[in-house]
Design a protein around this ligand. Sequence first.
Ligand code: PLP
Length: 420
Amino acid sequence: ESAREAYAEANQESRRHFESACAHMPGGNTRTVLFHSPFPLRIVRGQDARLWDADGHEYVDFLGDFTAGLFGHTNPAIADAVRSALADGISLSGHNRLEARFAARICERFPSVDSVRFTNSGTEANLLAITTAMATTGRRKILVFDGAYHGSLASFAGGSAPTNVPHEWVVGTYNDIDSTSALLDEYGSSLAAVLVEPMLGSGGCVPADQEFLRLLRRRTRESGTLLIFDEVMTSRLAHGGYQSISGLEADLTTLGKYIGGGLSFGAFGGRSDLMSVFDPRQPGSLAHAGTFNNNVLTMSAGLAALDELTPEAADELGTRGDRLRTELNLLCEESGVPMVFTGLGSLMTVHFTDRAVHCGADVRGADQELKELFFFDMLAAGVYLARRGMVALSLTIGSAECRLLFEAVAAFIERRRPVL
Ligand code: PLP
């Protein structure tokens, strides 16, 4: 309670903004994930890795807009790309010169993607990948996993009541080989697709076991089911996405977040024989419209973004994240507190547990109060991260920033030890 009160006291201007926003937006909100009690901060400015709120506090941004902000807030190459697109006009009412170049770059980068279509969000990308699977297999059921987040219309991660688009979902347990095998035995021949995040992202940065993903790859091939990797978050983990780390290729892949350089973006792609159902030259092809699918600002920013995340930059960022997570976990272990940072590379989430973490249920619910305390203490120390304890490093986070986070966590453990 006192952490929350101190927060409210220190953020009067954010409170005022929040109260006036409530007049015309439910809960003053248009992104549920950003809401927290008593009111969320108003961010007024960002530069590189830093953010400033309406009350003038400065933070290091460890949230990186839930992975979309990979390049920091003021990357000059991306800003130039947006300016150069602006110079030729927006809303061009037709195809432009950028979209095919951007598509070619994506296909070159992700080997299992021969052909790609753009959307405005990862949510749409997943819904369209599911549509592709249903259309090409003639089946209706989709196997997903508890704890997964495939966008605001396909969420299995708990929290507020989901607003999922109706589908014949079958919900399995992440990383559980036996129960998943049983579901594949039961439903295999009626499954259009298995849709899986190679690491549960919003569900708590819970990496998949290789054996689990291999099972999905093998069994989907046997039953004529499509395997869809939702790489909206994990595509940043290596130059060619998670698939290039695991050596497993999906039939369809969905992308989003950083690939649009920080602008609205989503894409779905994969084998050309599957994607050709959208070829308007084919009789009976599927329609996929979207006024902003090829908007020049995103196309241009995205081309610049792909140039920025070179293989070396992706590896370096991953190594930085792995090192930070290892150091934080060592700190928790040596301090003897039930706290763990799970994740891969530059993505991680703190959990207040001493159990091993394998699936959505292992990290859901019980530690909400400690997460809130952690969140408020981090803000007070100038560390901005997700209310749920998620960190997504950007390329602008260096060792000095990592040290700030480490010191803030060490101080949290010291101060809050009695309640941990
Ligand atoms: N898929 C995953 C794995 C995500 O993490 C997200 C967003 O957090 C989405 C899909 C949805 O993307 P968007 O927010 O662009 O709709």
